[in-house]
Design a protein around this ligand. Structure first.
Ligand SMILES: C[S@@+](CC[C@H](N)C(=O)[O-])C[C@H]1O[C@@H](n2cnc3c(N)ncnc32)[C@H](O)[C@@H]1O
Length: 442
């Protein structure tokens, strides 16, 4: 490993050690620095720090990637990493992935997430998030990303009720992948996971022949271990049903089906969607008898939240690609006589709705669409279909701020106004967070 000279404009190579002034945060859990005019995305650092970093990727002309190996001038927000196996005293290649903010004070994690959101909304969404005059920017940003109940008390640990581990095909060792790699890292504990998962996690027990291990610790059921074999799409036991609880409402779902990973996340998002719909009702903008939709609906969590605000007379269709999840949604929404659970890809279903008769299209125009797409967002195709269907309101739950910002731009260009934005820190010690955006048709 050679130490490169700042003034020499030599190309960077993998393994080079470089000194970096870390100036900002980027989407994806890495900080931003510059070296000889080139942007360097550096992991395990904090904006404001000076670090010695090792170049890990130098293929691109415009930017390189590096990992911190030593902190030369530490941020006051630097903490001992919450996961020993992800800390700086390990070689970057041997650090466990999945806790890339674990070395940062929890409040600062939230203000970094808020910076990522405001930057994404400004650059890709054309929306400047206002900070009240006189507010300290860091405080205002920190307040934008709301903590989940209990996280401040537990330092954001022990929250995950879902964890996927991987099995090294050569040694059978079970563990998380290292960051940005498929290298399995053996670990002694899973500090972000709850007790149920830590109790059954086969850490230190090789599982030769297996490919993945999904650990599931439902709120109202025994923890499960689902072992996936190479080439198999669905791990064994994934179709087994488990019981979840959101406040005191029960949800039944497949053990391997989608469910929010933070113990409090289903309730946080349920409440946020219910409150958004209540706001629309107060503004006289919500029609319970219209063609309301819960797109990417999973097991029906957010349709149930709409119903909590709108009452049992709500008409709503959930649209979900996974047939098992649709069956669960039908069961979970069975008390709502106006609920329909459909198995379909969202784009195909919207294409069908666009061909519907004038009265059906009119009902859809009066409706509210809740959508909660995967990380890639709804995308240009689906936002264009939504713009053509023109529902009165869109309540968008997003796990990727850049995808949300791009979809925001399309929706605003199609005549929707962004009227509310909230963000939730339901993935402490990682760079992930969830955002809720409400759009109304002008
Ligand atoms: C982020 S989850 C949201 C689930 C649900 N709203 C919840 O909160 O539990 C996204 C869901 O979208 C489904 N999905 C992904 N792509 C889809 C598509 N193109 N059409 C329909 N559903 C899709 C996934 O199976 C998954 O259940």
């Amino acid at each position: 490993m050679s130490v490169s000279d700042h003034s020499a404009r030599t190309p960077l190579e993998i393994g080079d050690a470089i000194e970096l002034e870390v100036t900002g945060i980027a989407h994806g859990g890495v900080s931003v620095a510059r070296h000889d005019g080139r942007v360097v995305f550096v992991s395990d650092a904090i904006p404001g720090e000076r670090v010695l970093a090792r170049v890990t990727d130098a293929k691109k002309k415009s930017f390189a990637r590096a990992a911190t190996v030593e902190v030369l001038s530490a941020s006051p927000d630097r903490r001992e990493h919450v996961w020993a196996e992800a800390g700086l005293d390990r070689d970057p290649e041997d650090r466990a992935g999945g806790a890339e903010f674990g070395h940062i004070d929890l409040d600062r994690q939230r203000s970094l997430k808020a910076e990522v959101l405001t930057d994404a909304m400004s650059r890709f969404g054309g929306v400047e998030l206002a900070v009240e005059e006189g507010d300290d920017l860091a405080d205002a940003l920190g307040d934008l990303v709301e903590a989940a109940p209990g996280d401040d008390e537990s330092n954001g640990l022990g929250y995950r009720t879902r964890v996927r581990l991987h099995v090294d095909p050569e040694t059978g060792v079970v563990g998380p992948y290292a960051a940005r790699s498929r290298r399995v890292i053996p670990v002694e504990s899973l500090p972000l996971a709850n007790d149920g998962i830590n109790m059954i996690a086969p850490l230190g027990e090789p599982m030769p022949g297996a490919a993945t291990v999904d650990l599931v610790a439902p709120a109202a059921d025994d923890p499960r271990m689902l072992v996936g074999m190479p080439g198999e799409k669905t791990p064994a036991g994934a179709g087994d049903s488990v019981q979840e609880l959101v406040d005191d409402r029960g949800f039944l779902l497949r053990a391997g089906g989608f469910w929010q990973v933070h113990r409090e996340a289903p309730a946080v998002l349920f409440d946020a969607v219910r409150d958004a719909v209540s706001g629309l009702i107060e503004d006289g903008r919500f029609d319970p008898a219209a063609g309301n939709l819960d797109l990417y609906g999973g097991a029906g969590l957010l349709a149930a939240a709409m119903a909590e605000a709108a009452g049992p007379g709500l008409k709503v269709s959930t649209v979900e690609a996974d047939a098992g999840a649709t069956d669960d949604a039908a069961e979970n929404l069975s008390e709502l006589v106006g609920a329909l659970a459909l198995t379909a890809r969202v784009d195909r279903h919207l294409a069908e709705l666009l061909k519907a008769s004038a009265p059906v299209r009119d009902r859809l125009r009066r409706g509210t669409v809740v959508l909660d797409p995967p990380r890639s967002g709804a995308g240009g195709g689906v936002t264009a279909q939504l713009a053509e269907l023109a529902p009165a309101n869109i309540v968008y739950v997003a796990c990727d701020p850049v995808a949300l910002a791009r979809d925001t731009k399309s929706l605003r260009e199609s005549g929707y106004e962004l009227t509310e934005l909230r963000a939730f820190d339901i993935f402490p010690h990682t760079h992930h967070f969830e955002t809720l955006a409400v759009f109304t048709r002008e």
